[in-house]
Design a protein around this ligand. Structure first.
Ligand code: ZN
Length: 193
C-alpha cells in the first residue's frame, strides 16, 4: 500500500519539550478533499506551512493550509474556483501508557461507560512511530472553508430565474394568439378576388 501523502515523519524533531521545526510541504493528493459540489481534485497540490513543536505530551503541529477547490455554481452551473487559506493546531500524543491514564483521570472520577471512554480516545491523535497523520486536520480545515451551496457571485441570477422569465414570456404569447376574436374573424375573410 502506498504511503499516504498526509503522513509526516517527525524524526528530525528531538523529543525534548521546546524543540521546534518548520517545513513547507506541497502535498499532491490522490483523492478529492472536500464536499460533493466543491473539492480539491486528485492531482492538485495542497500547500502546508507546517510547524511542529515538541511538548510534554507529544508533538504540537501548527499549520496553514492553502489550496484551490473547484466546482460549479449551484445556481448557474458556471465552473468556480474556491481559494482556501485556513490554519489549524493539532496535538499528537506520544503513544505511552502515561498519556492514556492522564486522559482517563481528566474525566474527573465520574464513572463513564466504556464506550464513552473509547470515543474520547478516538478524538485524540497519536504519533505512530515518528509519523503524524495530518489528513483529518487538513480535511477539517478545508471542509470548514467550503460553502454547502457555492455561488459564482453573491448576486448570481442563476438558471431558475431565467427559466422563470421564459415561462412567463411563453404563456403571455400563447394566451394572445389563437383565441383573440378579431383574428378569428380574419380566418373566414375572403382574401382571394
Ligand atoms: Zn452562478
Amino acid at each position: 500500500m502506498a504511503r499516504s501523502v498526509f503522513l509526516f515523519n517527525t524524526h528530525d524533531l528531538p523529543h525534548r519539550a521546546g524543540e521546534m521545526r518548520e517545513y513547507e510541504l506541497d502535498l499532491k493528493i490522490t483523492e478529492a478533499v472536500g464536499v460533493d459540489l466543491l473539492s480539491v481534485k486528485p492531482g492538485e497540490i495542497i500547500e502546508v506551512d507546517l510547524r511542529i513543536q515538541a511538548v510534554e505530551e507529544g508533538v504540537l503541529a501548527t499549520a496553514r493550509v492553502i489550496a484551490d477547490a473547484t466546482g460549479e455554481c449551484t445556481r448557474c452551473l458556471k465552473p468556480i474556483i474556491w481559494p482556501i487559506d485556513e490554519s489549524f493546531t493539532e496535538l499528537y500524543y506520544y503513544e505511552s501508557s502515561t498519556s492514556k491514564s492522564t486522559k482517563k483521570h481528566s474525566s474527573r472520577g465520574k464513572s463513564k461507560k466504556d464506550e464513552e471512554i473509547d470515543l474520547d480516545e478516538d478524538e485524540l491523535s497519536f504519533l505512530d512511530g515518528d509519523d503524524i497523520d495530518l489528513e483529518p486536520a487538513i480535511r477539517d480545515a478545508i471542509i470548514l472553508n467550503l460553502a454547502v451551496n457555492p455561488l459564482c457571485s453573491e448576486d448570481c441570477p442563476g438558471l431558475a430565474e431565467k427559466s422563470g422569465e421564459n415561462w412567463a414570456y411563453l404563456s403571455a404569447s400563447q394566451s394572445q394568439t389563437p383565441t383573440d376574436q378579431r383574428w378569428a374573424a380574419l380566418k373566414d375573410f375572403p382574401l382571394k378576388n
